[in-house]
Design a protein around this ligand. Sequence first.
Ligand code: FAS
Ligand code: PHB
Length: 390
Amino acid sequence: MKTQVGIIGGGPSGLLLSQLLHVRGIETVLLEKHTREYVLGRIRAGVLEHGFVDLMREANCAERMDIEGEIHDGFEIAHDGIRDRLDLKTLTGGDTVMVYGQTELTRDLYDARAGADGIVIHNAMNVQPHDLKSDAPYLTYELDGEAQRVDCEFIIGADGYHGVSRQSIPKDILKEYERVYPFGWLGVLSETKPVSPELIYAKHERGFALCSMRSQVLSRYYIQVPLSDKVEDWSDDMFWEELKRRLPDDVVANLVTGPSVEKSIAPVRSFVAEPMRYGNLFLAGDAAHIVPPTGARGLNSAASDIQYLYHAFVDHYLNNDDSGLDGYSAKALARVWKAQRFSWWMTTLLHTFPENSGYDNKLQATDLAYLFSSESAMKSMAENYVGLPY
Ligand code: FAS
Ligand code: PHB
C-alpha cells in the first residue's frame, strides 16, 4: 500500500490529523493496534480549549460537539470551606472552554474517517517504522498474522506514551524530561446530575478533588489518592464519602451519588521528549508529552501539535513550502513546555504533598490567596486554561 502520510495511533491526535489532511486532499493511512471499541472505552479528557473546538470544526467533525458540548465561561476553586470563581470569559476578553468528552470527540472522528472512506486499520499488530532518515520511509505491521507494508513520504507517531514511535528515535538523539508526582487520581464516572453547572477544583488537607461532568446526566469526579492505592481498594461508597470530606458543605448538599459506570486510577506525571522530529518521523500528542490532568492540558497539547502539523503538510503539499515541517519540533515544544509549566503550577497549587514542610504549605496557601487577590494573577491562570495562542 502507498500513501502520503502514514499515521501510527488511532487516538484523538492521529484521527484529527488524518481527518484534517483529508479535508485538504492529502492522503493518509492510519494504523491502530486496538479495536475501535477498545479505544472508545478509555475514559479520559473532558475539557477542550477553544482552539481544539475550532480544529474540530475545520475538520468538519463538530456537528455533534456543537449540539451536545457545553460552553463553560468559568470554573470554581473550593478551599477552606469556600468557593472562589475564575471568570474565564471576562478575564480573557471572551474566550471560553467546551466540556465534551474525549470519548465522544474520538467517536466523531472515527465516524468522519469512515464517512470519507478513510483508511483506518484496526488490530494492526507489531507496527514498525523504517528508513526514517530516507525520503522513502515505510511502515510494516501484521494483520490477521499476515505481514503488511505501507510506503509513505512521512510518518506521524501519534501512538501515545507507550507507543513504538518515540522508541524509534536513537537514544543518543532523544532527550527525555520527567517528573513523577507522589499520588494518582482516582476517577469515577456516574450517571448522575453534576453537582454544579461548572467544574469545581477542590484544595483540601485530605487531598485534591475535582467535580467535572460529561453532560447534564453524566458526572465525572476525581480524588487524589496515594500512589500505593489500587482501584479495588475503593468501593463506590468509600469514594463518595471521601469526596464529600473534601468539598464545602454547600456543594455536598447538592451532590447526587450513584453507582460508578467507570472507576480507574490515573498516574500523575509530567513528561517531554525532544526533539519531536527525527528525519521524516514526527511525534504528536502523548507520544511526545504527558501532563498531570489538573490543568486539562493533555488532550489540548495534542491538539496544538496537530494544528502545527496540519498547516505544515498543507504548506508542503499545496504550497511547496517546508518551513512548517522544518520548524515543527521547536514550535510545538515551545507551546508544550508552557502547558507543562501551567500543569505543574496548578498541580502544585491544589494537591497535598506529603513531604511538604510547614513552610511549603504556607507558600501553597499564599499562592492561592494571591491568585484571587490579583486581577493579573487570575488573568494569567485564565489565559492558560482557555489555551494560549497557537
Ligand atoms: P492516545 O494514547 O490517546 O492514543 C494513542 C493510540 O495509539 C492509542 O489508541 C493506542 O492504542 C495506539 N497505539 C499505541 N501503540 C501503538 C502501536 N505500537 N501501534 C499502533 N497503535 C498504537 N487529558 C486531559 O486533558 N484531561 C484528563 O482528565 C485526562 N485524563 C487522562 C487519563 C488517563 C488514564 C490517560 C492515560 C490520559 C489522560 N489524559 C487527560 C490525557 C489524554 O487525554 C491524552 O492527552 C490524549 O489521549 C492524547 O491523545 P493521543 O496523543 O492520541 O494519545
Ligand atoms: C475531566 O472532566 O475528566 C477533567 C476536567 C478537567 C481537568 C481534568 C479532568 O482538569
